[in-house]
Design a protein around this ligand. Structure first.
Ligand SMILES: [Zn+2]
Length: 165
């Protein structure tokens, strides 16, 4: 989130009013989800609000190169929020070093913070994970994580901002 917070405030005002704006633009990739999210913008508005890299990951379901995110080595206590809408998605309490080069967590910060979808981009099914508030793509979930869940949420650092506790 690098641009004006003015329109975000109005989006939150919408939220306060209990309104839900449907996602109208089908941007290809996993963004063709026919769902509505509490925070929703047109493709042009997202391009304005996000950096080019954030847009590629969050809105076009891209993947950052391994070991390129500073958040991979982030070891402080704190909260990871969606770079698109500030929704809290992961906590340092559930972070672990997976050795993959991507920030990894064994669970989201809460069960309703994220949503899941199956994607076949690589020709086999993978569990895609996205922000439940704005639909922004975060990463994928694999079944080779540590106890107690056995899950590995493999998340693009670009898709998140870190808030130290
Ligand atoms: Zn979001």
């Amino acid at each position: 989130m690098t641009h004006t917070s003015l329109s975000r405030r109005s989006a939150l005002a919408w939220l306060g009013a209990g309104a839900s704006i449907p996602v109208l633009a089908a941007c290809g990739g996993s963004e063709a989800r026919a769902q509505s999210y509490p925070v929703s913008y047109s493709e042009a508005e997202w391009r304005e609000r996000l950096t080019a890299q954030e847009f590629r990951i969050l809105r076009e379901a891209g993947t950052e190169r391994a070991y390129t995110s500073l958040l991979n080595d982030e070891k402080r206590s704190g909260t990871y929020v969606c770079a698109g809408c500030d929704n809290e998605v992961y906590s340092s309490r559930h972070k672990f070093d997976s050795g993959t080069g991507w920030p990894s967590f064994w669970r989201p910060i809460s069960d309703n913070a994220v949503g899941y979808e199956t994607d076949y981009k690589l020709g086999y099914p993978r569990r895609e994970v996205h922000c439940a508030t704005c639909g922004g793509h975060l990463g994928h979930v694999f079944n080779d994580g540590p106890e107690p869940t056995g899950k590995r949420h493999c998340i693009n650092g670009v898709a998140m901002d870190f808030r130290p506790a």
